[in-house]
Design a protein around this ligand. Structure first.
Ligand code: DOR
Length: 433
């Protein structure tokens, strides 16, 4: 990547790793944070004016579907990487449910190779926990991790066989990576497509009950505790799961968890118009569940905001609700959507950034999440007040499936640096590679 000398001038520097919250300049040199302060020597530096903006360590999305290899008509590593940096994300963790599945080091190497050539954001692959995501035979976990996987997961599918799940947790100890779970008991979900409750009744659609998630979070906590493994619960959506995770953490179980922007701000009532862009797995839940997820995020039970960016083509979503694939875009809207929690004073700006950056970096054990001098210069610059209308057709993802299409947003990532290089600027678009 091109090495630039950049002075980010006059922004509110927010670094959760150092508990820093002050107006200052940030000098970036040789790919790293060179200095933070005032009156810095900026000779020859490109100036990025950041007055009125927040300057944060780059955001790291723990849960993204890049669709490459195999479904590049929905998204590919290049378009997903561009959508990431346009949303303030300097790194994305990409799920294994590609075609072929990332259950073999050759697939991991392919993804990393494409990412090096095509993606402005860092890409960290997740390897499948079981072959073909079939939930039966474990993958060669250590080989996947040696090839570059940062976690293992059958996300998109739940490992239903508890014996297999137990062994996955036990062997993950050798691979030294978290197991990310997709907690939806298929025997309880059955044909369910929306949250089971008054809304599913009104819609006349089969319900997907909260207990489908809660039962599996309870099982996975129990098995992870037995194995002494690191469980990371993907896309938590229920009050019951938040309670279980909080209790497990209190007794010392190594469990971390994430929540999506959509599960933080939308309830199942958003599905009342049968819009397939409100269909996802797990489904949107009740107001009580949303409140519990927000409380869990605020008190630290839920460590991270992760988008579950799940692109699907228009022709796939433009069908009856039951037939549409679950999933919504997230990378380009996560900042404005979750800034609502800052505006409601449920999170301080520093704590919001911790959940988008510092905590995700810790969970996958990769650099990032810090603006300390010497740290890799992955930086997100956010204008928290900027108003704009989100039009997926003008975004960088190949897909359009967003529940926020056409809506006015408040707050936007306005510039993104990866490894010290300016890769995105809101006026000029994606600049590299
Ligand atoms: O809504 C979802 N879509 N949830 C998942 O777990 C999988 C994802 C996808 O791959 O489309």
């Amino acid at each position: 990547m091109t090495q630039q000398r950049i002075l980010i001038r006059g922004g509110r520097v927010l670094d959760p790793a150092a508990q820093r919250d002050e107006i200052a300049d940030v000098l970036v040199e040789n790919g790293r944070i060179a200095a933070i302060g005032t009156a810095l020597d900026a000779a020859g530096a490109e100036i990025l004016e950041a007055a009125g903006c927040w300057v944060a360590p780059g955001f790291i999305d723990l849960h993204v579907h890049l669709r490459e290899p195999g479904q590049e008509y929905k998204e590919d590593i290049a378009s997903g990487g561009r959508a990431a940096v346009a949303g303030g994300f300097t790194a994305v963790v990409c799920m294994a449910n590609t075609h072929p599945v990332n259950d073999d080091p050759s697939v991991t190497e392919y993804i990393l190779d494409r990412a090096r050539q095509e993606s402005p954001a860092r890409v960290y692959p997740v390897g499948a926990a079981t072959r073909g995501l079939a939930g039966e035979v474990m993958t060669e976990m250590v080989a996947l991790v040696d090839a570059g996987c940062v976690a293992l997961s059958d996300d998109g599918k739940t490992i239903m066989d508890s014996g297999v799940m137990r062994r996955v947790f036990e062997y993950s100890q050798l691979a030294r990576v978290p197991i990310i779970t997709h907690a939806e008991d298929r025997t309880l979900v059955r044909e369910g497509v929306v949250n089971e409750g008054p809304v599913s009744t009104r819609l006349g659609l089969p319900g997907n009950p909260c207990v489908a998630e809660v039962v599996h979070v309870a099982r996975d906590i129990t098995l992870a505790e037995l194995a002494g493994a690191h469980l990371h619960v993907g896309h938590v959506s229920t009050a019951g799961a938040v309670d279980l995770i909080r209790a497990a953490r209190e007794r010392g179980v190594h469990v971390t968890a994430e929540v999506t922007p959509h599960h933080l701000v939308l309830t199942d009532e958003a599905t009342l118009g049968y819009d397939t862009n409100t269909k996802m797995a797990p489904p949107l839940r009740s107001a009580r569940d949303v409140a519990a997820c927000r409380a869990g995020l605020a008190d630290g039970t839920l460590d991270a905001i992760a988008t579950d960016h799940a692109p699907h083509a228009v022709h796939e979503k433009d069908v009856e609700f039951t037939a549409a694939p679950p999933g919504v875009l997230g990378l380009e809207t996560a900042v404005p959507v979750t800034l609502e929690l800052v505006r409601c004073e449920e999170l301080t700006p520093l704590e919001w950034i911790r959940r988008l950056s510092t905590n995700p970096a810790r969970i996958i054990g990769r650099p990032g999440g810090s603006l300390e001098v010497g740290a890799v210069a992955d930086v997100a610059i956010v204008d928290p007040e900027r108003r704009w209308v989100y039009d997926p057709a003008k975004g960088f993802s190949k897909s359009r499936n967003s529940p926020w299409a056409g809506q006015e947003m408040i707050g936007r990532a306005v510039a993104t640096l990866v490894g010290g290089a300016l890769v995105y600027d809101v006026e000029r678009g994606v600049l590299l590679p």
